[in-house]
Design a protein around this ligand. Structure first.
Ligand code: FES
Length: 172
């Protein structure tokens, strides 16, 4: 092979294989990167959509139960609509929305529905108790506070987003 040929056959093959390999790698990595970054690009403070649930004006210091529909995107099933509920109240000018799902084994908690009608959330499955801010009462089965929803108030309307560990009392 003479030097004046410029690119040897071996070099040409190397360039071709590098180009094709890079193209294939980019094709595989792009969906993975999109999957990893996508939740952060969605609406809402910490990812996920925020949906309107209730007018702020109707809320008081007493937790009230509100149902709403929330769309979740599942990798296999696509967009799914699910029905959720939240215990919502106002305290110190702040709107608080608690998940009704008991942190013991997943039953549904109610407000003041225990036999003594205390100012607490009660889970009838195993007598679990939570304070109004969602903190689990020691000596009852739940080991963690009720989760809270992401909350935004816009134009007098309360919007809820994803459930997250209790922000008021520091949940797990
Ligand atoms: S599921 Fe709620 S106390 Fe057990």
């Amino acid at each position: 092979m003479s030097k004046d040929q410029g690119v040897s056959r071996r070099q040409f093959l190397n360039y071709c294989l590098t180009g094709v390999g890079g193209f294939l790698a980019a094709g595989m990595l792009a969906p993975m990167i999109k999957f990893a970054v996508d939740p952060a690009l969605k609406k809402g403070k910490a990812g996920g959509n925020m949906v309107p649930v209730v007018d702020e004006a109707v809320l008081t210091g007493e937790p009230s139960n509100h149902g709403f529909k929330y769309k979740i995107t599942d990798a296999w099933l696509g967009e799914q609509e699910t029905e959720l509920t939240a215990w919502i109240y106002k305290e110190g000018g702040q709107v608080i929305a608690l998940s009704p799902i008991c942190k013991h084994l997943g039953c549904t908690v109610g407000w003041k529905n225990d036999p003594q009608k205390q100012n607490r959330f009660f889970c009838p499955c195993h007598n679990g108790l939570y304070e109004k801010n969602g903190k689990n009462v020691p000596g009852t089965p739940p080991m963690n506070p009720l989760d809270t929803y992401q909350v935004e108030v816009k134009n007098g309307k309360v919007y809820l987003g994803l459930v997250e560990p209790n922000k008021i009392v520091g949940g797990a």
